[in-house]
Design a protein around this ligand. Structure first.
Ligand SMILES: [Zn+2]
Length: 279
């Protein structure tokens, strides 16, 4: 349930605070990415007291158990010596997966509220539903929930080689990664894997196995990972998406994504299962 935080509760020293300004997060200049006691340290936040919301509790399996308070400053950018604004992507490498997942969930919620201020059906201003993560139109009763966009991500292997590609977005960084793409309406996850691989690199795959999933807040994807065996075809990169794609020996990989991302973990899993066994 989403709730406005009471004045008393705002003084809690254990709550995790997540404060957004535009698409950046307010973080201490010299510390952890998650922190408590924010209220005491940043007196100017008192002006925003009525806008602070408490997010629903994290799942019981999550390693963090504190309440999470969220504040969206919108276009306002506070200036303070001890605090700075950091991008979500820069925080990906700064903390643990558990910490990042708290920030990722908060960001998806902020993004949802910013893009659902008005009813998509009749145009009336929406209101926060206080028993679930949703907004509702009091006029026509249309209710909207945070958008989640399913994406498949797939490590394609052939003997002890992996098919990795450099996307147009990573042109400068020289990073090679697994293939990924959005699931289209009416499509199963497996159909999306076959279609995306063929579209992006021109090859066919077989023997799909599900690996794991990860919410990915850029801005609201749910990545669902697969391992897939090469079936047929030569690599033909899709020019609009892929700068280069190649087969790499698993013991001689290029720069790959960090293990905090599902892409990094998929590559690690493929190597563990299909990599050279003499090591
Ligand atoms: Zn409406």
């Amino acid at each position: 349930m989403i709730s406005i935080v009471s004045d008393n509760r705002l003084r809690s020293t254990e709550a995790i605070w997540v404060v957004f300004s535009r698409d950046k997060l307010l973080v201490p200049s010299s510390a952890d990415t998650l922190f408590s006691g924010f209220w005491q340290q940043l007196p100017f936040l008192h002006h925003y007291a009525p806008s602070v919301v408490e997010l629903p509790p994290l799942s019981p399996e999550h390693e963090l158990h504190q309440p999470v308070f969220l504040l969206d400053l919108g276009a306002e950018a506070p200036s303070h010596d001890d605090w700075e604004l950091a991008s979500m992507r820069s925080l990906l490498a700064a903390g643990s997966e558990a910490q990042f997942s708290v920030l990722a969930r908060a960001w998806q919620y902020v993004y949802f509220l910013r893009t659902h201020r008005f009813c998509g059906q009749c145009g009336t201003r929406t209101e926060l539903v206080d028993w679930e993560m949703a907004v509702q139109c009091h006029c026509c009763k249309h209710r909207a929930y945070p958008r989640i966009s399913p994406c498949i991500i797939v490590a394609v292997y052939r003997d002890s080689q992996l098919l990795l590609a450099k996307g147009v977005r990573h042109k400068e960084s020289n990073m090679y990664s697994t293939l990924a793409g959005f699931v289209e309406s009416g499509e199963s996850l497996e159909q999306a894997v076959h279609r995306e691989v063929e579209e992006e690199v021109g090859v066919k795959v077989k023997n799909l196995t599900y690996f794991d999933s990860q919410p990915w807040p850029f801005p609201h994807s749910l990545m669902m990972g697969y391992l897939a065996e090469y079936k047929s075809g030569d690599i033909v990169p899709q020019e609009s998406e892929i700068v280069d794609a190649q087969w790499f020996d698993m013991d001689a990989l290029p720069v790959i994504p960090p293990k905090l991302s599902i892409a990094g973990r998929l590559i690690e899993a493929a190597i563990a299962q299909f990599g050279p066994k003499d090591k």
